[in-house]
Design a protein around this ligand. Structure first.
Ligand code: NAP
Length: 302
């Protein structure tokens, strides 16, 4: 068992901000990341609403944040957290590498994309189905592709894929889109994007790799099959909280409930970013949460 003063789980915008604020206030945060620094930001095409940048590629912004970690001499420790528990006044964090006892933890573990759970989806994962347009869009260049979903992620990634795909379908289960009007207008203006509403995907088809997608009209129940080589699912996400053992800090959907200091109902367990229960999930709100959590941890430890 290794002792740490404060552990931060997740190196997306919330975890990075919390690390920088803690380090600059004289503490040594132990920052853990299981996979890719930058979180969802790293696979986001464009960010047009983060102050200071008119428009910036998500991975470029993530790199700038990571660079700031390096300049502040903060290391990222690549470990998978398997358990966080507070018992008998001790917070224990277990990971794939070690067990830690810590005085405070900030959980900034973000969210994971939801699947559609339809026929043959598992068969074509990574063989035509992807959750990251920037990572995988190039594989299907000049071929028909589809985006599923009607939120900001779907619309923004459609703008990225529209120049690669031939054509790009955007498939949404309602006639109204949920994403921001400004982005929706850009999607509607593109000749290469064919909007199909109200349709839901019902089955993926192909031999070794994906060839087509069967859709069902929500109103008429009529089915159509469209030829697609790449499908990008953006139907929302679920919070990464399965490792949280004190289930009483989670709401019904698995988000961590925190107060205005980002502390959960268990003293010493804080959370920040997309993983908390909140209304607005943006890069700017994640960095906000991270800064508040860091300062609250500092006062808590005093
Ligand atoms: P989201 O807003 O929850 O949108 C998910 C979309 O998928 C919705 O349109 C939903 O349809 C559809 N959907 C859900 N389950 C489905 C199913 N089983 N079959 C077919 N369609 C299904 O998720 P998101 O776009 O990932 O965004 C998450 C959060 O991040 C949002 O708060 C968003 O504003 C934010 N975000 C912000 C930015 C930015 O500001 N730059 C960029 C990306 C994301 P319904 O509409 O009918 O429910």
């Amino acid at each position: 068992m290794t002792n740490k003063k404060v552990i931060i789980i997740g190196s997306g915008p919330a975890g990075i901000t919390a690390s920088i604020y803690l380090k600059r206030s004289g503490m040594e945060p132990y920052l853990i990341e299981s996979y890719m620094p930058g979180g969802k930001l790293s696979s986001t095409y464009k960010i047009d609403n983060y102050p200071g940048f008119d428009s910036i590629n998500g991975s470029d912004l993530a790199f700038k944040m990571m660079d700031q970690l390096t300049k502040n001499q903060i290391d990222i420790h690549y470990e998978t957290v398997t358990s966080v528990i507070k018992k008998n006044d001790k917070i224990i964090v277990e990971s794939s590498v070690d067990s830690y006892q810590t005085e405070a933890v900030i959980i900034a573990s973000g969210m994971t994309e939801k699947k559609l759970n339809i026929k043959s989806e598992d068969k074509f994962l990574a063989k035509g189905i992807s959750f990251c347009a920037i990572c995988d869009g190039g594989f299907y260049k000049n071929q028909p592709m589809a985006i599923i979903g009607g939120g900001n992620s779907a619309l923004e990634e459609a703008l990225y894929l529209k120049d690669l795909a031939n054509p790009l379908y955007i498939i949404h289960r309602r006639n109204e889109f949920r994403g921001d009007q400004l982005v929706l207008d850009q999607v509607k203006e593109s000749d290469n994007i064919k909007s199909m509403t109200p349709y839901v995907p019902v089955e993926f088809k192909g031999e070794e790799v994906l060839d087509s997608l069967v859709l069902e009209n929500v109103e008429t129940k009529e089915q159509v099959e469209i030829n697609v080589k790449g499908v990008f699912e953006y139907v929302g996400s679920i919070p990464n909280t399965s490792f949280v053992n004190n289930k009483e800090i989670l709401n019904e959907q698995g988000f961590i409930e925190v107060d205005d200091k980002m502390m959960s109902k268990i003293p010493g367990i804080f959370a920040a970013g997309d993983v908390i229960k909140k209304d607005l999930r943006q890069v700017v709100t994640a960095t906000n949460d991270g800064a508040i959590a860091a300062m609250a941890v500092k006062s808590y430890l005093k």
